[in-house]
Design a protein around this ligand. Sequence first.
Ligand code: G6P
Length: 367
Amino acid sequence: GAVDLGPYRHYMQKEIFEQPRAIADTLEGVNAVTPELFGADAETVLRDTKRILFLACGTSYYAALTAKYWIEAMAGLPVDVEIASEYRYRASVPDPDTLVVTVSQSGETADTLSALRHARDDLGMTKTLTICNVATSAMVNESRLAYITRAGVEIGVASTKAFTTQLVALYLLALTFAKLRGRLSPAEEEAELKSLRHVPTALGAVLALEPQVIDWAERFATKQHALFLGRGLHYPIALEGALKLKEISYIHAEAYPAGELKHGPLALVDKEMPVVTVAPNDRLLEKLKSNMQEVRARGGELYVFADGDSRIENAEGMHVIRLPENYGKLSPVLHVVPLQLLAYHTALTRGTDVDKPRNLAKSVTVE
Ligand code: G6P
């Protein structure tokens, strides 16, 4: 192909390892939290925003779902997130003061583009923003505001670096709304920008966990099913981890917010069911630990991604990989990376076509 694989076996692996660079590029020139990051006339649009509606598909939908947690908590603005193919065909209640935000790697996904046009042309919602990786795309062209992520060309069908750069752009959007609404002091702004700038370095350290993840992948390769659990900000990350695994390894994977375990999925748990748990050291960790006990009590095998400072230890039926730090609110950007690696190495062990999984396309431009 036009893009050299270098030392990597697949584009997906290369793109996973490009993430520190992609995020640094996406943050280039960001010296302050300001509406101008989203376009020259963004200030009036963003200042008047009372509500946000995200529209997206696939992995981009999970980025938007993460943004809901950030924006509601940091800026106090109500956020809805909707699958584009549902939104475009259902009778929804329009609101001209809602900012419609599409999230898309390609900017050409048919359902997302049609959902944007439906909101704007049929429902009169003219405040539009797109978070997109392709500056010349239809979505950028047709939206009033835009933030262009700088992931670079993404070739692997399963999205990786596009996702983490979307998260970074969405975090900037959350910060911008927080600032406009008087919830971000100058000192906090400095601290936030500093932790954002630390992400590429932190991500490099997470990528160094690859050998440990390969050990797990070899065990996953023989499984038929897997369950992914997360809570709060990391529920969308569990969803993304399950999507990656099913897309490229063809193992049936489902994600649940851990609190829902007892309302169904617990019935599936036995010793053949690996349960991946995204377990950063946040205020939900104690809750998550009791969910993990529920899994253990049924003989389920736990694979836990914890933080350096959390007290979760390896034990019978409980395998732990520790991320080097605790990343606070930015934790989803880091915690998704070992899940990408787990899917990649599981697929590699199973011998599937990692970059071109069966029946899937990189960009779905027809319905
Ligand atoms: C396809 C790709 C996914 C992607 C989704 C949305 O299903 O395989 O990786 O997340 O489309 O694409 P977009 O370009 O709109 O982000």
